[in-house]
Design a binder for this molecule. Sequence first.
Ligand SMILES: Nc1nc2c(c(=O)[nH]1)N[C@H]1C(S)=C(S)[C@@H](COP(=O)(O)O)O[C@H]1N2
Ligand SMILES: [Mo]
Length: 201
Amino acid sequence: MNVTRGFSGRPRVHNPGLPPGQYDARDDWPVLSAEVTPDLSPADWTFRIDGLVEEPRTWDWATAHELPASVHEGDIHCVTGWSKFGVRFAGVSLDAFWERVRPLPSATHVVAYAHTGYTTNLPLADLRDGRAWIAWEYDGRPLPAEHGGPARLLVPHLYFWKSAKWIAGLRLLDHDEPGFWERNGYHARGNPWAEQRYSGD
Ligand SMILES: Nc1nc2c(c(=O)[nH]1)N[C@H]1C(S)=C(S)[C@@H](COP(=O)(O)O)O[C@H]1N2
Ligand SMILES: [Mo]
């Protein structure tokens, strides 16, 4: 971390982990939801992968928990400007799900959809190779409902609107199909390091 002094004499801290235009929210974890938090218990939660896969499948809470557990500790970045460092999630890597459904070679994009109807689109490549999770724990505790519990998608290397709360499924496509925010002007990919906030960035 580099600290430089400006004319005001106040230290200006440059954190190299902070993507351009972001600030460190520290202990705050703002809730951003387009919907009312649904009343969704683990017993009601299901997660389906279909579309361009060899074997479409649906998991429930118990069968999803039979998959190998995976912990991710890292940073998250919301397009509205806040970032959080070193947050710890637990769940299952999407790679474990891919092994079981086997995406077809023609699959290039994914629409993630929530139990509430929220959708967001992602390149399939961004959900492979240990970079995306279904997460149901935060800081060693069940993921709070307002943050997407029982389970949310977690894709921390992209802006956080891609991490659909109350995740219900992934549909694999051979083309890109804009989701909720993307139809409203947000970027198709949303890489925070390239400041891909809006379409055209
Ligand atoms: N279902 C659903 N998922 C969502 C959203 C939403 O409105 N609905 N908002 C997105 C946005 S813009 C952000 S920044 C994060 C916020 O997650 P948080 O409320 O846990 O901070 O969830 C993302 N996933
Ligand atoms: Mo966001």
